[in-house]
Design a protein around this ligand. Sequence first.
Ligand code: FES
Ligand SMILES: [Fe+2]
Length: 379
Amino acid sequence: MVMDQSVVSGIKSTLRGELYTSPEIFELEKKNIFQKSWLFVGYEYQVAEAGQYITTKVEGENILITRGKDNVLRAFLNVCRHRGATLCSEPSGKAGILVCPYHSWSYGLDGSLAGVPKSSECREHLVNNDTYGLEKVHLQTWHGMIWLNFSEDPQPLAEQINNQILERFGELDTIARYQIEDLRVAHTKEYVVKANWKIIVENFQECYHCSAIHPELTAALPEFRSGVGTQNSVGLGATFNDEIEAFSISGKGTRPMLKGLLPEDDRIYYGMTIVPHVFINLTPDHVITHRIVPIDQDTSIVICDWLFDPEEIAKPDFDPMDAVEMFHRVNEQDFAACQWCHENMGSKAYKNGGILVPIENHVSKFYNYVLESIDMKGV
Ligand code: FES
Ligand SMILES: [Fe+2]
């Protein structure tokens, strides 16, 4: 059975159905892709002050991210070293010391074990021993976004991201101009999608479907009707329809361009994928991020954030919903389509995969990335 991006009579195939339905393949992807890659989990501004913390769940692990008294950002497994209770259950908070709710062991914001009540015989040994501090997780930031990596000795985050940025934009400056580090999330939506994470990525990477399922998007960005668009051309973005003022469902917009943008960024939409699990969408007055959290081979959660300039958010008449509704509809249309496909990945009809037409051939790069990662290229 050929699982590579084989060319049979000039036609490329998609991945075969089993790649989307097999629990074993999903485990391999977790081990070789998600456990080894930098994963986007939140924003630095959410943990800006010493003592602030946020919690999240990544790769089945409860995670705690703290800003220490020394102002250093750190990530830990949010698991007490005594009997394994979740140390911090709130999504966010501020504390000088973190106390486990079960038997009151306490930890510093740097993860060190600080106190072990009623254990005079072994307290000194436990507290003065790094071994019993919270388990560390690698953390790095990029444009104000926090990324974690579960591997023992990960490559630098910039190595994972910069090559992808260069392939999309030909330079690092374009995305830097949007100054994501200075923006704030004004709205978040979470979608539970009954589809394998790869279907969501490949859907985002092609616009062959845009004219069929995205009436609002193609009205705003007419070139998307062609199914090609500029999203796969290095450095190019899609130009707004002349009739609209902003990337919003009504087409109306009153916000100024984000600080740092150049005149040529006006009336342009850029989309890009950062494999394995992030999409970034740049518009003149807001940025939208998507992160896929794979739950199992059949289920993914997609968290979508809409970010704006905090000066705009602070205005009494600020209302993000016109902008939010635009990509929310796109998301619902996309995720419905992903589900149409996922439910048939186990069908005999898809045993050997489907067909990639030339207009979407670029998706085969993602297929090859997955196959190489799980060591199944050419199998
Ligand atoms: S489980 Fe945390 S103190 Fe016992
Ligand atoms: Fe789409």
